[in-house]
Ligand binder design. Sequence first.
Ligand SMILES: [Zn+2]
Length: 358
Amino acid sequence: MENLGRRELIKGILLSPFLGLKLARARSFNATIELPPFPFEETYLKGNLKGGRALIVGGIHGNEPGAYKAAEILRHLKVKKGELLIAPRANFVSILTNKRGYNGDMNRKFAYLSPKDPDYGRVKKLKELIKGYKPDLLLTLHDGFGFHAVNKRAWGQCIVIDEESYRGIELGKEAREVSKRVNKKIENREWKIPVYNTHTFKKDTKHPEQRKSLTYFCLKECRVKAICLETSKQLPSLEDKVRFHLLMVNEFFKLHNIEVEPSLDYVMENLKEYLYPRTYYQGELLINGRKITVSGNKTFKLPKGSRVKFLSFHGTSGVNAVSFDVNANLRKIRISRRLAVKVKDDFKELFTVRFVVS
Ligand SMILES: [Zn+2]
């Protein structure tokens, strides 16, 4: 076998100088580190009583934690009336790297997307989810910049609709009703939540880029009512952002005959409990066939030819590993000398596992 392999190798090098170069390069990799895939989570909750059906999407933009944390909280509630389908982390690689779009803006990828795009699989999955489930209402959650009530060009703190209505799908009335109800509970003038109509379907819209967005896709391609909820990145705390999301979601749920347990009023009053669940963090690795548990910063010296695989994590469903030394999309990484892997809970860094080939 060995002789045959060598013969093949020499033949290859003789036949193609490029192949020879490739093989020479491949041999300089000394260890393989395999990280877990980015799961696409979807949670389906159904109540005993009949009611509306809503799909909640969080984390299209990775640096908007108020949005994906609010969606995450909803996953842990019971539904009494109606149905919920929740996809809290649409863009997990961007959440872990805390970027708006690690692979470019995902909210511009719903019209056309090359199958070569690193986000292709997740966008396709989301589209299939919408087409398959056909909810009465889709809410996509974001934390935008600034405060729309005092700056009409800012996307923060508003309910965004693409049109007043589209082919019988009524958007404006419902959005204004929610806006009216939540604003009764908001004292700070800057933080009030008005309705922002982008008139995406109009020829002379100021926002033609929105024709590539998730809500436009829902309306045009699926005839699904879709509304975008924005809190502000500039709110003082993460709790504030999550609270405003839940405040809006609560009113949409009421309009659509959806009831959760405990109530969202209770959740908002006890928000810290839901936002920071008590847990411990740890990862399980397989290093050259041996299982090892890590729960803090650690450096492993690896002999050449080592194979490392991150098997699983304990903590929340936001826990995963990512390396900033290479393209963060990569899940199987071949290293020649060293690699640092950060274990994170969404945007939060937990610990770093370093590998050095000796
Ligand atoms: Zn956003």
